[in-house]
Ligand binder design. Structure first.
Ligand code: NAP
Length: 337
């Protein structure tokens, strides 16, 4: 059996993850038992949520045990199999880890995927994966936008945010996106069709509140929140009556050593607005429906998707940290083969 290279979590990060929290090790691939198959991982999805899985905290998934490879969705090819329904050469996707080889089990999370059904196999990690489904179900099921309403998207140039903005536009909404830097803001309007873009860098809460008011003069009916902190606080100050806030992520807080918290929740009372957390896993049974609709829009040229692919398991740490530095241009993916 081939040698495996694995990206282990060796220590729980305190604040920003540092390289010493991880270790790249070699290990033999195990012999397969009945019902198991060996996957050669070609791509791993790098997601902000992985930072939360590194903490020893009660969450929707157990913490990654220390000394084990960092949990990640992967796409790969079956290399050997003792499992019915999985044959060598077949493409599969599942919740595995950042490692060159993973062992799958019949009845587990790894399922066959069809490379012919998508423009690029990596689209299973972006448009047709958790990211795309978060955007689709988070926007339409949790935020319930109506045509003509104003939708504010934070983290708008990222994997989820860029799709949310385009979906809201397709739905007939006015869209305002917040992102870091002039280049990303240009991409929001030029590539993803946002009506207005706000660069949050160098702005305090008051300046952000004013910038949102200027970009959304009729107020904000929906916030699709990916960031938290003062960006969320500024959004709350601009809510319209009956507005909906879909709480998708709080990336600005993931590396904080102390909870941050929103300070302007009183605006929800004033505006009889609601805030609701969303978790993409709750919509797994409807992924087919979401993928079919998004595939149609993509084929019609109404939806573009950007992927940022870094190469090599040796680059797992710097590639992961791009998510927090904002240097990823689209869905962050690590190519492993
Ligand atoms: P992403 O947006 O492609 O990448 C992360 C981006 O976050 C960075 O490019 C950066 O963009 C921004 N960012 C990082 N640190 C920041 C900070 N301190 N302040 C402001 N912006 C910051 O990642 P993604 O996969 O699409 O995830 C986006 C959000 O969705 C995350 O919060 C994630 O946890 C959440 N999510 C939730 C679910 C769910 O089921 N609830 C599923 C998927 C993702 P800038 O350059 O613009 O700063």
């Amino acid at each position: 059996m081939p040698t495996n290279r694995r990206f282990l979590l060796q220590r729980r990060p305190q604040g920003d993850p540092v390289a010493e929290d991880f270790a790249l090790v070699e290990a033999p691939t195990p012999d397969l038992a009945d019902g198991q198959f060996l996957i050669r991982n070609h791509y791993a999805s790098l997601d902000p949520a992985m930072r939360g899985w590194m903490d020893d905290a009660d969450s929707y998934m157990p913490p990654i045990p220390l000394g084990t490879p960092v949990r990640a969705s992967t796409i790969g090819v079956v290399e050997a199999s003792r499992a019915d329904g999985f044959t060598p050469g077949q493409w599969v996707m599942g919740l595995n880890a950042i490692e060159e080889y993973s062992v799958g089990t019949v009845g587990g999370f790894t399922q066959p995927i069809d490379p012919a059904a998508v423009p690029s196999i990596t689209n299973y990690l972006s448009l047709f994966g958790a990211v795309g489904m978060t955007a689709y179900f988070g926007l339409f099921e949790v935020c319930e936008p109506k045509p003509g309403e104003t939708v504010l998207v934070t983290g708008a140039a990222g994997a989820v945010g860029s799709i949310v903005g385009q979906l809201a536009k397709i739905h007939g909404c006015r869209t305002v996106g917040i992102a870091g830097g002039a280049d990303k803001c240009a991409r929001l309007t030029d590539r993803y069709g946002f009506d207005a873009a706000i660069d949050y860098r160098g702005k305090d809460e008051a300046a952000l509140t004013a910038a949102i008011a200027q970009a959304a003069p009729d107020g904000v009916d929906v916030i699709f929140e990916n960031v938290g902190g003062i960006i969320l606080d500024a959004g709350l100050m601009n809510l319209n009556m009956g507005a909906r806030v879909g709480l998708c992520g709080l990336i600005s807080e993931y590396n904080s050593t102390a909870p941050v918290g929103a300070r302007n929740l009183w605006r929800l009372i004033v505006k009889r607005a609601s805030i609701r957390g969303l978790l993409v896993m709750d919509f797994v049974a409807r992924f087919g429906e979401g993928a079919a609709q998004m595939g149609q829009w993509a084929a019609q040229g109404k939806l573009v998707v950007d992927e940022h692919v870094d190469e090599g398991i040796d680059n797992a740490y710097p590639a992961f940290m791009r998510l927090f530095a904002g240097s990823n241009q689209g869905k962050m993916i690590l190519k492993l083969a």
